[in-house]
Design a binder for this molecule. Structure first.
Ligand SMILES: [Zn+2]
Length: 113
């Protein structure tokens, strides 16, 4: 399952951070997840409870920031919100766009102790 490998890689990141800080465990973790990142949140929740068991994240509180999709037209430079990949520019109808937000999947902040 895609989300389980994501959850496990987050556990790895957290373990590294705890070791570097000489701490015992993570108190709070903030994730940034773009709306176009292809993450199913219920699946991630399920995977999370498996992945964090007996890890440095076992007792951490978790916060998820959802990043809405945004693209910039490569023809006219308009930026516009998108709900899906490959939406055309609303101003000039160009199909050539850059996704500037919405594909994020990262650990934004960790509090360790
Ligand atoms: Zn355009």
């Amino acid at each position: 399952m895609h989300e389980l490998s994501i959850a496990m890689s987050i556990v790895d990141i957290a373990r590294d951070a705890v070791e570097k800080a000489g701490a015992r465990e993570v108190e709070h973790i903030e994730l940034e997840i773009g709306q176009l990142a292809g993450i199913e949140l219920p699946a991630l929740d399920f995977a999370w409870s498996e992945a964090v068991r007996d890890s440095v994240l076992a007792r951490a509180t978790r916060e998820i920031r959802h990043i809405p999709g945004e693209a910039r037209c490569m023809e006219c430079q308009t930026t516009f919100p998108i709900q899906a990949l490959y939406e055309s520019c609303p101003t000039c109808s160009s199909p050539f766009t850059d996704i500037i937000h919405g594909k994020e999947l990262r650990v934004h902040a960790l509090t360790v102790h």
